[in-house]
Design a protein around this ligand. Structure first.
Ligand code: CU
Length: 93
């Protein structure tokens, strides 16, 4: 049992060590998403941030899941982009 745990730990920890520039994913809680067009506008604003590779919007939950290169973008760049598009957001804890 313990050995299995160690093997799993090695499997999950190695990729992180090997790729120092691993993409980071954050979930943003977004305000002002009131209609079906909002997620499209919001998605475009996030895709416009350098380093962002993946954006997925959950209209029902009012969240945006964003994957980005932490060397090129910071979560503050993401929230700034959504704010500029009219959707203030904050990183979900
Ligand atoms: Cu809208």
């Amino acid at each position: 049992m313990y050995n299995t745990f160690l093997a799993l730990l090695a499997l999950t920890a190695l990729p992180l060590a090997a790729f120092a520039m691993a993409p980071q994913t954050v979930t943003l809680v977004v305000q002002n998403m009131t209609c079906q067009v909002c997620p499209i506008t919001l998605k475009k604003s996030l895709q416009g941030v350098a380093g962002v590779s993946e954006v997925s919007i959950d209209f029902a939950k009012k969240t945006a899941r964003v994957t980005f290169d932490p060397d090129k973008a910071k979560s503050a760049d993401l929230t700034a982009a959504t704010r500029n598009a009219g959707y203030p957001s904050a990183v979900q804890k």
